[in-house]
Ligand binder design. Structure first.
Ligand SMILES: *Cc1c(COP(=O)(O)O)cnc(C)c1O
Length: 477
């Protein structure tokens, strides 16, 4: 009778610990974690026996060991994983906005793993400012007198408003009181900075006279904010930066221009109209221009402040500048990205955001067709088709200007689109696609060329079974 007791037939903890598959884990994982995983797997089996289920070989020591191994891998998996961006959205905030150029990524890597002259003048051997890494490059690229860089553009805005207008009124058009997302709202930012919001004009119309009427003894600055993520169209009027600058000069007031995306070259070459370029803003006479490092500039997350030296010096003395300072990896990546822009051709060829925006439609079509052809060899797909489509830049940039692109649309035989997409998200690497009309849609514009094979493998894994995540990446190594 005893021998028939199914609980008795379960392998012992030690048998599983001795299995080769589990032994392989011991070099990388904590012993206690492995033992806990063994116990958890055995508990599962006991519960199944209790429910009267038959174990059908799943209770063999080797089978349990395999499940222990995948449980341990699952429980120690990093939370941040590589994602193949098949959404077509170039600046996808949820996917880390702009990918870095190889050169910038390498600079960050080298900075991360060793020492560098972050705050050291190698000539004199004396302490220096970490801003020397980027200051001159920003000046050369924007025409500004001086510059500094902080954690992001939100931080830059707070710092600038504090330095120039704490306790004073900052005049801004009602049409520019925007929310960027992630609780960045101009009125809230203004409140945090200690400046007093003085809104003028209406949502759609603001005239120079509106600004003029608002000026008084307690005015600290004039602020222009690029309405990055929305557009007012129809009956509208706004004041040109040059006119704002003239008004500021007349009254001895600084003009701050938050251009948002930080284009360093003219985006008309990609068919995008009206995107402000940092250099033009400085040329028009703005005292300070603010922009992000990881939007259209295509670098790491940063907030760049360029403009008059006296203001930059004041800003750098503010304790908030210290609190929002950039780390060595970001500074290294930012410097490398800026240096690419010294030669526009190099920037266009090597900064991924610019490359993706600049890929000709014919080439995208070719890539879509090639991807489709390879996907058609997978047995689990019911249909694979290509089509022309549209996508947006994203990241709160150019909201009303779509781009043509090419996509591959797939349908699985055995699972629906939602389940298919879920498995793709949980794979290794994860794949983010669009869903439309019951199909999973891959936009090739944002898929790096070297990722095509990885994507196909990810699709194959998703079609086979989701649970064995991570298997093919392991094999690759
Ligand atoms: C995106 C944006 C910001 C915020 O920049 P982050 O770098 O994301 O902090 C501020 N102002 C404008 C106009 C923007 O477009």
């Amino acid at each position: 009778m005893r021998a028939d007791n199914p609980f008795r037939r379960l392998p012992a903890v030690n048998d599983i610990l001795d299995a080769v598959t589990v032994q392989d884990l011991t070099s990388r994982h904590d012993h206690k974690l492995i033992v806990a995983a063994v116990r958890a797997e055995l508990d599962d089996l006991r519960q199944r026996i209790q429910r009267g289920e038959s174990l059908d070989g799943t209770g063999d020591a080797e089978a349990v060991a395999r499940r222990v191994a995948s449980r341990v891998e699952r429980e120690t998996r990093p939370n941040l994983r590589t994602v193949v961006n098949a959404t077509g959205i170039v600046l996808h905030t949820n996917l880390g906005r702009s990918p870095l150029a190889e050169e910038a990524a390498r600079a960050a890597y080298e900075a991360a793993r060793g020492y560098l002259n972050l705050e050291l003048d190698l000539e004199t051997g004396k302490r220096s400012s970490r801003q020397s890494a980027v200051r001159d490059w920003i000046c050369r690229l924007t025409g500004a007198e001086s510059a500094t860089a902080v954690n992001n553009n939100a931080a830059a805005t707070v710092i600038v408003l504090r330095a120039l207008a704490m306790g004073k009124e900052v005049v801004i058009s009602r049409g520019q009181l925007i929310e960027i997302g992630g609780s960045f709202r101009i009125p809230d930012i203004m409140a945090v900075s200690g400046a007093i919001l003085r809104e003028v004009g209406t949502t759609n119309i603001t005239r120079l006279a509106d600004y003029e009427r608002a000026l008084g003894p307690n005015t600290g600055a004039l602020l222009q904010v690029h309405s990055s993520n929305y557009r007012i169209s129809g009956f509208t009027k706004s004041v040109a930066l040059a006119d704002l600058v003239a008004l500021g000069k007349q009254h001895g007031l600084p003009v701050i221009d938050d251009i948002g995306s930080g284009a360093l070259l003219d985006f008309a070459r990609f068919g995008f109209e009206g995107e402000p370029v940092a250099r033009s803003s400085i040329a028009a006479g703005a005292d300070l221009v603010l922009f992000s490092g990881d939007k259209l500039l295509g670098g790491p997350q940063a907030g760049i402040i360029a403009g008059r030296k006296e203001w930059i010096q004041k800003i750098e003395k503010d304790p908030l500048t210290r609190a929002f300072r950039l780390d060595k990896m970001t500074l290294a990546a930012l410097e490398a990205t800026l240096r690419l822009y010294l030669n526009e051709e190099r920037a266009l060829g090597e900064v991924p955001v610019l490359r993706m925006l600049g890929t000709p439609l014919a080439e995208l079509r070719q890539r879509a067709e090639q991807l489709a052809e390879r996907l058609r060899t997978l047995p689990g797909l019911a249909s694979v088709t290509t089509a022309e489509d549209v996508a947006y830049v994203g990241g709160g940039s150019l909201p009303d200007q779509s781009m043509k692109s090419w996509v591959v649309e797939v349908e699985a035989k055995a699972i629906g689109d939602e389940e298919f997409a879920r498995r793709l998200r949980l794979g290794n690497p994860a794949v983010m696609a669009r869903l439309r009309g019951g199909k999973v849609v891959f936009d090739v514009r944002t898929i790096f060329e070297h990722q095509q094979s990885i994507l196909i493998e990810a699709v194959r894994c998703a079609l086979e079974k989701s649970a064995e995540q991570g298997s093919f990446r392991e094999k690759e190594r």
